[in-house]
Design a protein around this ligand. Structure first.
Ligand SMILES: Cc1ncc(COP(=O)(O)O)c(C=O)c1O
Length: 455
């Protein structure tokens, strides 16, 4: 076989295997069998001296790897907060991988850099963020939080006359950081990475749904960064960001919103009230790999003050084409070289349009409501106000919950995980997948209720 036909046959084989995997999604167990998981040990071997045939490498990956995957892309995976991937985004992701573009600089990768800019402008429009807002396409909300908070650090310190990028934090004036008691651990990690320390933030008290309780918001003076949340990972609740912005603005504080999944509520006419006042914040982080349903990994940081983001991220070197009339993607991200992940975002938004995004968000919220109603009707306690896509249910004490959750996972019809909500053990159901139907919810409910009733 010629080299060209070998490549054609390899890529066609990969596509065929990928298609088979996706087609089997609805029939497969969500959690893999113990045998399939045990078989991954076959990957573990010393580095081979001699190479293998490419077709055999692919076959090995599929034959051992595919059965051992958790069906996260399928309609009945409700663990953590994990989206699926819209078929169009898988297709465009494959093509983009074939392009193998390094999207660091516009001049050398005009197609992908332009698509990212279009995707960025569309999201700014969709979320109702201020015009002129800058964005960075990063791996996920963790790095989006980090990136946005790096911009916050730049702005706060340059206002104080301190060049934090040049001189670091040794001897720098102190800055107050306020986070909520329910802040996601990745915000805390980002604060650590930025030199603010993981333990130095003031914790704002929250209410029964995990929202910052504005009546008990901490007093602060001087330079300050406030980290808020859109979409609590357990309850789906939203901090009163608009009210916090009013307090912050009177004191010149920077307000950051971690909206890993919750920011997408702003794209739905029926949920956008949850994001009222959010446009007054200074920075926002979100994921596209959660609720926009694009393949991993994909997150976005948005920063109102484009100059602050650029100053904290841009690098210069003689060999780099940084002096450009175009938007250079790497001026805004921690990475220089990276994949063109914005293309997946563009494809999802182009395929769905404004209405399609709103319908996808609403579908997930309706399905979460259906879960909550079904569980309540069956006599189980739903612990949260179901305002979005998250449902917390308790079947009894911690030991009972754990046994029931293990049996649900073992059954394979659906997958839900354990959590702890305000000292109470619970099972968490997160509905983020574009393909989940009411029938998937009912099928899952039947299994959950049947197992729970046995205990
Ligand atoms: C509120 C919130 N922030 C941040 C993250 C971190 O996101 P990622 O895992 O995409 O980095 C998550 C993940 O679930 C989240 O729910």
């Amino acid at each position: 076989m010629s080299e060209v036909s070998k490549v054609r046959s390899l890529l066609a084989d990969a596509a065929e295997r990928g298609i088979r995997y996706r087609e089997s999604g609805d029939q497969r167990r969500v959690a893999p069998t113990a045998d399939a998981v045990a078989a991954v040990a076959r990957f573990i071997e010393p580095l081979p001296d001699k190479g293998s045939d490419d077709a055999d490498v692919l076959a090995m990956l599929d034959e051992i790897g595919s059965p051992a995957t958790v069906m996260m892309s399928g309609p009945r995976y409700f663990g953590f907060v994990i989206g699926g991937s819209l078929p169009v985004t898988v297709a465009t992701n494959w093509l983009t991988t074939a392009w193998d573009q390094n999207v660091g600089m516009h001049e050398v990768t005009p197609a992908t850099a332009t698509l990212e800019q279009v995707a960025m402008d569309w999201m700014i429009d969709l979320f109702g963020l201020p015009s002129g807002t800058a964005a960075a396409f990063v791996t996920g909300a963790t790095v989006a939080n980090f990136t946005a908070l790096a911009a916050a650090r730049n702005r706060i310190y340059s206002d104080l006359g301190w060049n934090v990028e040049a001189d670091g934090l040794h001897g720098a004036p102190p800055v107050t950081i306020v986070v909520s008691e329910e802040t996601h651990p990745t915000v805390i990690k980002s604060l650590g990475l930025l030199g603010f320390g993981r333990n130095r933030a003031i914790r704002a008290p929250v209410d029964s749904q995990g929202r910052i309780d504005i009546s008990r918001f901490p007093q602060f003076d001087g330079p300050c960064i406030i980290c808020t949340q859109a979409g609590n990972l357990n309850t789906g609740s939203f901090d009163p960001v608009g009210e916090i912005c009013e307090i912050a603005k009177s004191k010149g504080a920077w307000v950051h919103v971690d909206g890993a999944f919750g920011l997408w509520a702003a794209a739905s006419p029926d949920r956008k009230h949850l994001c009222a006042g959010f446009a007054a914040a200074d920075s926002w982080a979100t994921d596209a790999h959660k609720w926009l349903n694009v393949p991993y990994d994909s997150g976005i940081a948005f920063v109102r003050d484009a100059g602050a983001l650029k100053s904290s991220m841009a690098i210069t070197a003689d060999y780099l084409l940084t002096d450009s009339e175009f938007r250079n993607p790497s001026d805004f991200t921690p990475e220089l070289s990276r994949r063109a992940r914005g293309v997946d975002v563009w494809a999802a938004l182009k395929s769905l349009g404004r209405q399609g995004v709103a319908e996808m968000i609403e579908l997930c919220c309706r399905n979460a409501r259906r879960f909550a109603d079904g569980l309540s009707k069956a006599g189980f306690e739903v612990l949260n106000d179901v305002v979005l896509n998250q449902v917390l249910v308790s079947f009894g004490d911690d030991a009972t919950n754990r046994k029931i959750i293990a049996e649900i996972q073992e059954d394979g019809t659906c997958w839900c995980g354990a959590t702890l909500w305000q000292q109470r053990s619970a099972m968490r159901i997160s509905v983020c997948n574009w393909s989940t139907t009411a029938e998937d919810v009912d099928r899952s409910l039947d299994v959950i209720v049947e197992i729970a009733n046995r205990h």
